[in-house]
Design a protein around this ligand. Sequence first.
Ligand code: FES
Length: 106
Amino acid sequence: MADFVTVARTSDLAPGERMVVELGRDFVLLFNIDGQYYAIEDMCSHEEYELSGGVLDGYALECPKHGAHFDIRTGEHLTPPAVRPVRVYDVRVQDDTIQIMRRKSS
Ligand code: FES
């Protein structure tokens, strides 16, 4: 059964910053927005391109390759050319660590 896995320390990721972590074979893009953490797969659902270099506007992350946008809170695709969401992870803080778990529905 899947469980939360420690991937970083809170001191590694200041508000406004992002980082890529590994969870098994997945690369996961982790954000700190005003002290809230969000995590999505670091892979666009359109053509398998890393999202980590994309511009973030609010909660909308733009894919650097063709410009599709994704909501980092839900993984939902917001604009074409993406037609599918990206995987999203649940995030929790335990003491000074950041832990993530692959969300069941994604
Ligand atoms: S690869 Fe991301 S929009 Fe095309």
